[in-house]
Design a protein around this ligand. Sequence first.
Ligand SMILES: [Zn+2]
Ligand SMILES: [Zn+2]
Length: 319
Amino acid sequence: MRAMVFEGVGRPLRPADLAGPEPQPGQLLLRVRACGVCRTDLHIVDGELREPKLPLVPGHQIVGETEDGRRFGVPWLGWTCGECRFCTSGRENLCDRARFTGYDIDGGYAELAVADERFCFPIPAGYPDLQAAPLLCAGLIGYRALRLAGDGERLGLYGFGAAAHILCQVARAQGRRVFAFVRAGDEAAAGFARELGAEWAGDALGPAPEELDAAILFAPAGELVPAALKAVSKGGVVVCAGIHMSDIPSFPYELLWGERVLRSVANLTRRDGEEFLALAPAVPIRTEIEVFPLEQANEALARLRSGAVRGAAVLRVSG
Ligand SMILES: [Zn+2]
Ligand SMILES: [Zn+2]
């Protein structure tokens, strides 16, 4: 099978011809149709997440098809132990022994992938392969972040990429007001946010136009944490939704005072996936994508790194 392989930090992904994976009992063998490119993939190739399997086929937003024509999505959470105190209390996202797709397990930057059937989701009918791919991480982990942000009306989204462009649609459908915080001068991102229903879009480090009830940080920049705490009202929640973030600068306790909450969101549970994929067609969420052939995975990652992607980057693998 054709694949793009990560062999170590500082080296571009290498196009390779690999032997196809052999499914073990309980695993599905999938012909990969599309695979979303996530910021987490960038953190892996940039060496910010330190323990990937090597060599590695990245990619954890896989839309694939079984031999008998059923479409499945494969997300980041690839396996959990089912026995630890997290797994047995509805928090399998925190499982001590969890294994992740495109990190501990080869992912979807390849023509074939195997995945534990218990962690795969049927893809909602009506979503073409390419448009479905970003639902599987940007959408799904974004949805978990939105749930943990509470049900406040005034929601700030920091960083308007793949996740925020999906979440903005969900939040608007829930009747919330959305404020988009983007890099100073990024008129393209600000305009994109307004098109999707944000009532205001502006500089992430500048003042918010009014107090917020909650803020979700998708951009991996630690200096946004005090900025977001400053923007939320008493009792407000700030959720860090990424897997990696630069260091958070120190800030006065006053910013946290007033029962403000600062928390992270890690991974996903299968329940998140089931709820979100049922919600997506009801909103309905429309994903905006930039499509790259599998062989241009390095170009897709570079565009994501520079912040140039409008919506989500997706690799077209087959079909
Ligand atoms: Zn566990
Ligand atoms: Zn991801």
